[in-house]
Design a protein around this ligand. Structure first.
Ligand SMILES: O=C1C[C@@H](O)[C@H](O)[C@@H](O)C1=O
Ligand SMILES: [Co+2]
Length: 298
C-alpha cells in the first residue's frame, strides 16, 4: 500500500469506552494519545476524555504527531424532528473542521439497540419505508452541509441498527446520493453475518463509495455465545467479542487487496473496543500496528 495515500489511525475506545465509560476509566487522555503515537499511529478519532475546545485539543495532539481523522455522529432521523439532527450536525461539523478533519462518520441511532440491554441478534430495528426515506434524505442533506466546509459524510453500518446487514447496506447506498459515502467496519459485518465473507463482498461491491475504514476483528466463539445466550451488544463487548486485526477470525489480506486495487485514499482506523483490564490497549495497539505493517508494508 502507498503510505502517501493510506494513513493509519486508532480509536481511543480501546483505552476508555465511550459506550461504557467505566471500562478504562483509569486510563488518562494523555496516556491514550501518547501510546497511540508510540505504537506508530498518526490519526485518532474523538473520545469522551478529549478536550472539547479544538485549540486545546490540538495543543495536545500536534506534539505527538496525531491528527483527528473522524468522529462518530449519531443521527436521530427516525426518532426526532429532522432539525434536531441538522443542528447537532452543524456543531459537530464545525468542531471537526476546526481540528482539520475531513470526515464525519454518521450512524442512525433513533431506534438503535446498541446501547440497550436487548438481545443484539434478536431485537434490531428494521426500518419501515418511511424511516428509510427519513434516514436517506437526511443523510443527503448532511452531505450538502459537510460539503460547505469541504468535508464528507460517511455512514457507519452497525450491529443493532437499521443498517446492519449487507442487504441493508445495499439499500442505504442505493437510496442515497453519491456524495454520501460508506464507513466500512469489518467487525460489524463479520459479527452480523457470522462470517468474514460478508466483509469482502460488501467492501468489493461498494468500494467506490468507501471513504473511511474501521479495522476491527471478531472472536467468533464469543459471537456465537452472544447469539446463543441472547446477550446485548455491550455484554458482548465486555466479553471480548471485538479485537484488533490479526487477533480474531478475519483474514484482512483480501480487505487490504480490495482497498489497494481500487486505489483507496483515506484513513484505516484500528478500532477494537474490549475490556482494557483484560486487553492492555498499548499492547494491542502494537500488535495491530505490527500486523498492518506485515500485511500492507505501511
Ligand atoms: O465506530 C464505532 C463507534 C463505537 O461507539 C461503536 O459502538 C463501535 O462498535 C464502532 O464500531
Ligand atoms: Co466502527
Amino acid at each position: 500500500m502507498d503510505r502517501n495515500k493510506v494513513k493509519l489511525g486508532i480509536a481511543p475506545i480501546a483505552w476508555t469506552n465511550d459506550d461504557m465509560p467505566e471500562l478504562g476509566s483509569e486510563n488518562t487522555f494523555e496516556q491514550c494519545i501518547s501510546e497511540m503515537a508510540l505504537a506508530g499511529f498518526t490519526g485518532s478519532e474523538i473520545g469522551n476524555k478529549y478536550p472539547k475546545d479544538p485549540k486545546i485539543l490540538k495543543q495536545y495532539l500536534d506534539p505527538r504527531g496525531i491528527s483527528i481523522c473522524n468522529a462518530w455522529f449519531s443521527t436521530l432521523f427516525t426518532s426526532e424532528p429532522e432539525e434536531v439532527t441538522i443542528n447537532n450536525f452543524i456543531k459537530q461539523r464545525d468542531f471537526l473542521y476546526a481540528l482539520g478533519a475531513k470526515m464525519i462518520g454518521c450512524s442512525e441511532q433513533g431506534n438503535s439497540i446498541q446501547g440497550t440491554k436487548k438481545a443484539i441478534f434478536y431485537a434490531k430495528p428494521v426500518f419501515t419505508e418511511e424511516e428509510w426515506m427519513k434516514v436517506t434524505k437526511g443523510m443527503n442533506k448532511l452531505a450538502e452541509l459537510a460539503a460547505e466546509k469541504g468535508m464528507k459524510v460517511s455512514y457507519h453500518h452497525h450491529m443493532g441498527t437499521g443498517v446492519q446487514t449487507p442487504e441493508e447496506v445495499d439499500k442505504f447506498m442505493n437510496m442515497t446520493n453519491d456524495n454520501v459515502y460508506l464507513l466500512f467496519d469489518s467487525g460489524h459485518l463479520a459479527y452480523s453475518e457470522l462470517s468474514s465473507k460478508a466483509c469482502y463482498d460488501v467492501l468489493d461491491k461498494h468500494i467506490k463509495r468507501v471513504a473511511h475504514v474501521h479495522l476491527k476483528d471478531v472472536r467468533m466463539e464469543i459471537v456465537n455465545e452472544v447469539k446463543k445466550n441472547r446477550l446485548s451488544f455491550l455484554e458482548g463487548v465486555k466479553m471480548g467479542v471485538f479485537t484488533v486485526p490479526g487477533d480474531g477470525i478475519i483474514d484482512f489480506q483480501p480487505i487490504f487487496k480490495i482497498l489497494e486495487d481500487s486505489d483507496y485514499e483515506g484513513w484505516m482506523v484500528v478500532e477494537a473496543e474490549q475490556d482494557p483490564s483484560k486487553a492492555n490497549p498499548f499492547e494491542y495497539a502494537l500488535k495491530a500496528r505490527k500486523y498492518i505493517k506485515k500485511n500492507t508494508g505501511i
